[in-house]
Design a protein around this ligand. Structure first.
Ligand code: F6R
Length: 262
């Protein structure tokens, strides 16, 4: 794993955006996996700036989002489709037809989940997946105990996730109890991963995820099985890590040899 630590959220977001830009320049028809939530907002702002000020084009990009609340229509202001449109897609030259978010209103959920996996396969597979980590260690909505081989499916949200996400809803009771999420196994098949984490509140769970044992109780720990993961942190999020000196040394070494060290 590459662990890149920056002083501020702003700086870590810019650093992550620079990696997306580089991959996009290497492959203009990149297949991007995307996340919602507070964490990637800085990255998305910077991608919009790169598009508007530096002509970075998303014209041929295809995207797949990790998850969607089950029971929310795409027009609902707390749906992840609405989030993606307003916080990213509406500000880029991306073709909306090429952006996919799981359908929270799917009548036949199982058929929908199979079709979502099939669509990912047909696209050639996800090149670069953006992830955040939940307070309970989840990636996507793979709550503690999710199989590390799990696929896209309907899940029940954990009490902690419902509490964490209540901040976006008028009342806690309005937070959906279910979601459709890519599985841990689905995520592990992508070619490359960016994990973004900021703030002291996430420091402990992040340290357990990347420096602790792999366990289905912290689905982010499964990333230790992936060969190309870059973790972007601000200093508060890095505060519980044991190997910070090594991560910094490794980043220096990367600069010297001019290539990424995973
Ligand atoms: C969102 C997602 C979740 C979030 C995680 C962190 O699509 O898949 O795993 O990344 O819950 O959320 P924030 O960034 O709001 O702390």
């Amino acid at each position: 794993m590459r662990v890149i630590i920056r002083k501020t959220y702003e700086e870590m977001s810019k650093e992550a955006a620079a990696l997306v830009k580089k991959r996009l320049q290497q492959k203009p028809n990149l297949v991007l996996g995307l996340a919602t939530g507070s964490t990637p907002l800085g990255l998305y702002r910077e991608l919009i700036r790169l598009h508007q000020e530096e002509n970075l084009s998303f014209k041929n990009v295809r995207t797949f989002n990790l998850d969607e609340y089950y029971g929310l229509a795409p027009t609902h202001q707390q749906s992840y489709r609405y989030f993606m449109d307003t916080n990213l897609f509406n500000h880029l030259d991306i073709d909306k037809k090429n952006t996919r978010v799981p359908d929270g209103m799917a009548a036949d959920v199982e058929a929908f989940c199979l079709a979502y996996e099939e669509a990912i396969r047909r696209s050639g597979g996800i090149d670069l997946q953006v992830l955040g980590i939940g307070g309970d260690g989840h990636i996507g909505f793979n709550e503690p105990g999710s199989s590390l081989a799990s696929r896209t499916r309907l899940v029940a949200l954990d009490e902690q996730t419902i509490n964490d996400n209540a901040r976006f809803f008028a009342r806690k009771e309005d937070v959906p109890r279910f979601a459709i999420t890519m599985g841990v196994g689905t995520v592990l098949e992508v070619r490359e991963i960016i994990l973004l984490v900021n703030g002291a509140k996430k420091a402990e769970i992040l340290a357990r995820a990347i420096e602790g044992p792999v366990t289905s109780l912290i689905s982010a720990s499964a990333l230790q099985f992936h060969q190309r993961v870059s973790v972007f942190l601000d200093e508060p999020a890095a505060s519980a890590l044991k190997r910070v000196a090594y991560y910094r040394f490794s980043e220096e070494a990367e600069k010297k040899i001019g290539r990424e060290i995973f």
